[in-house]
Ligand binder design. Structure first.
Ligand SMILES: CC(C)(COP(=O)(O)OP(=O)(O)OC[C@H]1O[C@@H](n2cnc3c(N)ncnc32)[C@H](O)[C@@H]1OP(=O)(O)O)[C@@H](O)C(=O)NCCC(=O)NCCS
Length: 159
């Protein structure tokens, strides 16, 4: 594999096959369906970013969708709705890159605070959020319908 350069761009409907493949791999039974993404892609309050890796294979340019993130914005508050990196690309700094870029995108739209929900068992995502300045601000009991798991509510200010 040659050098890959990450590039962020708005998610498009044509990305959904690749997005859903990642979504189903990382979230299993809790994966969002195509219709959830399709609905959000036309929602004026929602912003979804696709993380592409640009490289070359045998001299030919290649672009591989390696992750995505999305948020809803209401006035100056945002809620991170989703973030995922394809398993083959995890632990290479891409989740952090994607989250930093997503927070910058929120800021560019006038957001001053961001909240998110995360499963109490999802320690790697919590570690990523803590690394980027999020703190636990509450707990939502039995938030996840598939197994009744609690969510931690995390938040940070954007400055
Ligand atoms: C959470 C996720 C996006 C992180 O993506 P990633 O590209 O692997 O993360 P990075 O390589 O950028 O790591 C950034 C930080 O995240 C944390 N982290 C990531 N993977 C971790 C792991 N397996 N164990 C512990 N911490 C981890 C660490 O704090 C890490 O910083 P460090 O490298 O200085 O230790 C990825 O694991 C993923 O897609 N998970 C499945 C989907 C998911 O759970 N999304 C969140 C829903 S709330």
């Amino acid at each position: 594999m040659s050098q890959w350069t990450p590039r962020l761009r708005p998610m498009q409907t044509s990305d959904l096959s690749a997005v859903l493949a990642i979504e189903e791999t990382v979230f299993g039974d809790d994966a969002w369906s195509r219709s959830v993404f399709e609905r959000d892609l036309v929602n004026e309050h929602a912003t979804y970013l696709a993380l592409e890796l640009i490289g070359q294979d045998a001299g030919q340019p290649l672009a591989e969708l390696a992750g995505y993130a999305g948020f809803w914005r209401l006035d100056d508050e945002a809620n991170l709705m989703n973030i995922a990196v394809a398993p083959a690309w995890q632990r290479h700094g891409l989740g952090e890159y994607l989250l930093r870029a997503t927070l910058a995108e929120m800021q560019a739209r006038g957001v001053t605070s961001c909240t998110l929900e995360v499963r109490v068992s999802n320690e790697r995502a919590q570690a990523l959020y803590r690394k980027l300045g999020f703190q636990v601000t509450g707990r939502r009991r039995r938030y996840y319908q598939d197994n009744g798991e609690d969510a931690l509510l995390m938040a940070r200010m954007l400055d």
